[in-house]
Design a protein around this ligand. Sequence first.
Ligand SMILES: [Ca+2]
Ligand SMILES: [Ca+2]
Length: 190
Amino acid sequence: MMKKISKKWFSLAIALSASVVVSAAAQAQTWEQWIDYGYPGYSETGESWRTYEYYAAHDYSYRYLSHWDRGLPRVGTATWKTDPLPYHGIYEVRVTFRASENRTPEANYFVVKDMYGNLEEHPISQLGEGVETVVLGRYEYRKGQQPYVLLDGTDDNYSDCADAAFFKLIEVLPDAVGPAVDLLLLRKEK
Ligand SMILES: [Ca+2]
Ligand SMILES: [Ca+2]
């Protein structure tokens, strides 16, 4: 009787330690992506976006809503979308812009906040001085998902600045069917 129990616990211990090894390997994974004007994941709407070259901006330039000296209303959207994500996990999302006295007091950023594509709004003042990086948050995304940040500058006639967005893997999470479950099933069949 003792022998049977200890064998059962032994195989459970093997399975658990194997799953620890698997998740430790997964934790070592790194992934990050910048998305900027001209990249496949960048898109915009509206006729008033203009490029300004600036040494401190990501890729040395940024986009901003301009009157184009023709009285155009300064409305438009910019979207930064990732490639299909390599892992189910937690990702940190940041945006960069050049703050100045000409910018909007309320840039309306929307970021995908979960695995289902729901959005979370971050109204951010772009008044100030110099290139700023703002962390929008950390969110759980699934493998293959393409989360994005949308800057909606259609609500008023202020000038929004769109520089870049940055997504960084923080932690890999196990998929819905975890490796520990698979390993236990395999041991049982032997
Ligand atoms: Ca706005
Ligand atoms: Ca840029």
